[in-house]
Design a protein around this ligand. Structure first.
Ligand SMILES: *Cc1c(COP(=O)(O)O)cnc(C)c1O
Length: 361
């Protein structure tokens, strides 16, 4: 056991078993006498890694056959561009739901390529931040797609329901909550997620895309940004980030051994409940700004009364082995990111510390 619980939002904690396995295999991957990072991405060794990772992912998420799984570089941010570049050729209109900072970045990028309409925006007018019900959204029936961010990593705002968009493909940036609970992939046109939050190491991005959305992109789209090219080449058009891919593979295998997505969903629910309970029962010493209906199970932001008190809290938490709790620079305050690899003991330790700190401050 390491003696620190790392609450970083991303790159985030990686399961200890995964790190240990990577360590054991570092100098000699499966008797080859080489590290997996030293072999050709087109060779038989790496092919095993790739095939196993895809099979495990398909099993964990129940991905239907008519979806391709791509492993691409460029982070979720590259998908902010790839989605419009590849989907807007048919009809140049896209609808976006704005629930926070990551949504806004996706919107700003899409605006460079087409007619982007913000069909709904997070409601910050009341005392608590909330996601407006779909009944008040202004979706366009002929939009090429609807994009949303199921979990806003910075604001700690999460959808606990799936938007219903009929025949319009639903595109989801699941960077910070992929594999945190079961979902029905068939409800989505595209799901994408950078790996460094819930899947392993930075450098690789998972894209799950329905076959019919893999088509001619907008004119001038760079080759590497075309789903068509990436799918035809099985994400091997150029050299992919092989070591990140390998770490994602180890993480997927670990998720399976630990009971799969259902088991993690229960654990994640319990972890989040413990933290929110500690916040809500602190007599206002700690506050969370989000409506309980749309609080995130992955990123729990909270505030203390003054910046000075926050600074002391962060300093002492760090001394107690609870690291990287500082809120995002745009949000301030404290944020505990508690993705799949964060054990329940880490949350218990944080809750104890919060109680103890509030008691003496
Ligand atoms: C972290 C994050 C991103 C950006 O990911 P990069 O890999 O840095 O491009 C995008 N969307 C969400 C929801 C995120 O949490």
């Amino acid at each position: 056991m390491r003696n620190v619980f790392n609450f970083s939002a991303g790159p985030a904690m990686v399961a200890e078993e995964v790190l240990l396995q990577a360590q054991v295999e570092m100098l000699d991957w499966h008797g080859t006498g080489m590290s997996i990072m030293e072999v050709s991405h087109r060779g038989s060794e790496f092919k095993q890694v790739v095939e196993q990772a895809e099979a495990d992912l398909r099993e964990l998420m129940g991905i239907p056959k008519n979806y391709q799984v791509l492993f691409l570089a460029g982070g979720a941010t590259a998908q902010f561009a790839m989605v419009p570049l590849n989907l807007l050729a048919v009809n140049n209109q896209a609808d976006y739901i704005d629930t926070g900072i990551w949504s806004k970045k996706a919107i700003a990028e899409a605006k460079r390529f087409g007619d982007v309409h913000v069909a709904a925006k997070v409601d910050e007018s009341g005392s608590l931040i909330r996601i407006p019900a779909q009944t008040v959204w202004s979706l366009r029936e002929d939009a090429a797609y609807v994009h949303y961010t199921p979990n806003e990593t910075i604001g700690g705002v999460e959808f606990h329901w799936v938007p219903q968009t009929g025949d319009v493909p639903l595109v989801a940036d699941m960077s910070s909550n992929i594999l945190s609970r079961p979902i029905d992939v068939s409800q989505y046109g595209i799901i994408y997620a950078g790996a460094q939050k819930n899947l392993g190491q930075a450098g690789i991005t998972l894209v799950i895309v329905r076959d019919d959305l893999i088509k001619e992109p907008l004119a001038g789209t760079p080759t590497l940004y075309q789903y068509l090219v990436q799918a035809e080449n099985k994400s091997f058009y150029n050299t992919p980030p092989t070591y990140s891919w390998y770490i994602v593979g180890l993480t997927l295998a670990w998720l399976k051994r630990e009971g799969g997505v259902e088991a993690f969903a229960e654990r994640n629910q319990r972890k989040a409940q413990k933290l929110y309970h500690a916040i809500d029962n602190s007599d206002g010493f700690y506050t969370n700004p989000v409506d309980p209906e749309c609080r995130s199970r992955m990123n729990v932001p909270f505030n203390l009364k003054t910046d000075q008190l926050t600074a002391v809290f962060l300093e002492e938490a760090k001394k107690a082995g609870l690291t990287n709790l500082k809120g995002h620079k745009l949000a301030g305050g404290v944020r505990a990111s508690i993705y799949n690899p964060m054990p329940e003991e880490g949350v218990d330790a944080l809750v104890s510390f919060m109680k103890e700190f509030a008691g003496r401050s």
